[in-house]
Design a protein around this ligand. Structure first.
Ligand SMILES: Cc1cc2nc3c(=O)[nH]c(=O)nc-3n(C[C@H](O)[C@H](O)[C@H](O)COP(=O)(O)OP(=O)(O)OC[C@H]3O[C@@H](n4cnc5c(N)ncnc54)[C@H](O)[C@@H]3O)c2cc1C
Length: 596
């Protein structure tokens, strides 16, 4: 067996070397002075757009990424939490709040973002959802022609390479670059969750299919227990084969160059290899820097709210509501103890797990312990096919299963010690249910702190500015807790972990007021920041881009990433961002007369 471990470890290292060789293709790139298209940010959207645009061999495309290469170790699903502690995370934090994030250091929530090839698709938990068809019909209803469900469905199918065997066959994509699979490892806790939810009345079904309201084990953006980032999906197959696509890593774009007279974007400034370069774009600049960096870069370039820009010392070129409309999904996790075996950190030290991982078995393939999800329309429980307002997702471990979790969230020590240390000390089996609100009504804002592109922008999450968000979160918590009354969860002796939050002590445990206090403390972001360069019709004063994703008032400049969502969709957004990217690439090709 020992020999096996050594051989299997070599095999893993060999796979890692293959990936490293692919990344190394970009190392000696000499950037040219001019390209047809410049794509800023190699995240979920950026990799897809650059790959699609460079399908035209006559176009030269430059993809610029502030972070470095992806590596195989980042793509072992169980290590997901740890990535947030490394250099591949921008490590943003929200501004302090007195009504949310109260359990976090200085009342500030950590907001991780990928700074690496693949962007946040390398940091994420790989949970794969499309959202609800009504989300997109709503986008269309807001005036975004071409974004209704029937319009966007072909793009979902185009990028999906799903091998989920029981997916609704007429809706799923089987041959696209983004691989989607079930996880090969499941705990008894996940089985119990599925049972309890069905006993509560939901059906076991493909929540990415015709009806979203239902429960299932996770669909994940993985194949063979390996993370399928946008970099792996779209760029690895092209390495060494597509000479008209240039990829530059460790390249921070500091400004989009815009002629103030003609209001035309004509290039970018980028900091790389120790100096500042000016690179020109013959056709377009496409900003895909994500919902925090995209508004920052636009504002640094003179595109944003004129008054705010003047206050920080930037001359506005066009007055637009950049940075407003910030949305996110939060989920105040509830902890339960059980007599079923949950994830424990020590278990991962077993070296034979590498063997099992190479054979696509075992817990290394689990995306940070996330295992199953269910969707409810709490306001319309009688509807079988409602528009869900709450998702409950199950993690087969607790805050103390892994030291990286509480650090990643930035939990206050006093909170951790009084609530979770006992689980760790007594090695109890415990799991968490995250009640994620799907259609929040609060809106936050990204603002510039400085004209220095290396200084982080200010993030005002504005969580719970709207009372609906508190209310639906509390109802989500109550829904999660109600599940333990069903035989599925009784079988594993699931019990709510009732250690009190020290700063909620005056409030009786289990009452609505207590759960509100809980919600305001454990405002866990699920990292779905979006909406900060809102897509909308010309009549919408809050719109930054039009339905073809062109920035209003500026020629040759588009935004294509999570920023453009007018309203956040009801699920996890990585898939929808791929859809946005695929559609953006097609619109750009069309606008520049390229037919395939
Ligand atoms: C920890 C975490 C967990 C998540 N879990 C899930 C999940 O399980 N399922 C799911 O569907 N979604 C999840 N998400 C959200 C999802 O991954 C994002 O919504 C999606 O990746 C956003 O894509 P994007 O293209 O808008 O931005 P990103 O993927 O963040 O890409 C932006 C890229 O631009 C680069 N960049 C930024 N500024 C500059 C600049 N000035 N110059 C050059 N490059 C720049 C960044 O480094 C980054 O690589 C998670 C996100 C995180 C952070």
């Amino acid at each position: 067996q020992e020999r096996n471990v050594i051989l299997e470890t070599f095999d893993f290292l060999r796979r890692g070397q293959i990936d490293a060789n692919l990344e190394n293709y970009d190392n000696n790139l000499q950037m040219e002075k001019e390209y047809d298209f410049i794509v800023v940010g190699a995240g979920t959207a950026g990799c897809a757009i650059a790959a699609r645009l460079s399908e035209n061999p006559k176009w030269k495309v430059l993809l610029l990424e502030a972070g470095g290469p992806e590596s195989l170790i980042m793509d072992v699903p169980i290590v997901a939490h740890f990535l947030q502690l490394g250099e591949m995370n921008w490590k943003y934090r929200t501004q302090p709040s007195d009504r949310a994030c109260l359990a976090m250091n200085n009342n500030r929530c950590n907001w991780p973002r990928g700074k690496v090839m693949g962007g946040s698709s390398v940091l994420n938990y790989m949970m794969y959802t499309r959202g609800n068809r009504r989300d997109y019909d709503r986008w269309a209803e807001l005036g975004n022609v071409g974004w209704g469900w029937r319009d966007v469905l072909p793009y979902f199918k185009k990028y999906e390479g799903s091998n989920v065997p029981d997916a609704d066959e007429d809706l799923v994509g089987r041959n696209g670059p983004v691989k989607v699979s079930y996880v090969n490892w499941r705990s008894k806790i996940a089985d119990a969750f599925l049972e309890a939810v069905q006993q509560d009345g939901l059906q076991h079904r493909d929540y990415n299919g015709h009806i979203q309201n239902g429960v299932n084990y996770l669909h994940t953006t993985t194949r063979n227990s390996t993370r399928w980032s946008s970099n792996r999906a779209y760029l690895y197959p092209l390495k060494g084969k597509r000479r008209n696509l240039h990829v530059k890593k460790f390249a921070l774009v500091t400004k989009v160059l815009i002629d103030p007279t003609t209001k035309t974007a004509y290039g970018i400034m980028v900091r790389t290899d120790g100096r500042e370069h000016k690179i020109l774009a013959r056709r377009e600049v496409i900003v895909s820097a994500g919902a925090i960096n995209t508004p920052q870069l636009l504002m640094l370039s003179g595109v944003g709210p004129a008054q705010h820009l003047r206050e920080v010392g930037i001359k506005p070129i066009v007055d637009l509501a950049v940075g407003f409309n910030l949305q996110d999904h939060t989920a105040p996790a509830v902890t339960f103890t059980t007599n079923a075996t949950s994830l424990h950190f020590e278990d991962f030290a077993d070296p034979t797990l590498v063997n099992r991982f190479n054979r696509q078995e075992g817990p290394y393939g689990s995306p940070g312990g996330c295992e199953a999800m269910a969707f409810w329309d709490l306001d319309h429980p009688q509807l079988k096919d409602g528009w869900p307002d709450i998702e409950l997702f199950l993690v087969g471990g607790s805050m103390s299963s892994n030291p990286a979790i509480s650090r990643a969230f930035g939990l206050k020590k006093i909170i951790y010690d009084s609530m979770f240390a006992e689980i760790e000390d007594k090695e109890l089996n415990a799991f968490m249910i995250f009640p994620m609100i799907l259609r929040p009504k609060s809106r936050g804002r990204i603002m510039l702190k400085s004209t220095d592109p290396q200084k982080y922008p200010l993030i005002y999450s504005n969580y719970y500015a709207h009372p609906y968000d508190v209310d639906i979160s509390v109802r989500g918590v109550q829904k999660a807790i109600s599940l333990i009354n069903y035989p599925g969860f009784k079988k594993i002796n699931a019990k709510v972990w009732n250690r009190r939050i020290p700063t909620c002590k005056g409030i009786e445990f289990g009452t609505r007021d207590y759960w509100e206090c809980h919600v305001r403390h454990f405002t866990f972001t699920i990292y779905h920041y979006s909406g900060t360069a809102k897509m909308g019709p010309a009549t919408d004063p809050a719109a930054v881009v039009d339905p073809r994703l062109r920035v209003y008032g500026i020629k040759n400049l588009r935004v294509a990433d999570a920023s453009i969502m007018p309203e956040i969709m009801s699920g996890h957004p990585n898939g929808p961002v791929f859809m946005i990217a695929e559609k953006a690439a097609d619109m750009i090709k069309e606008d520049h007369g390229f037919k395939q």
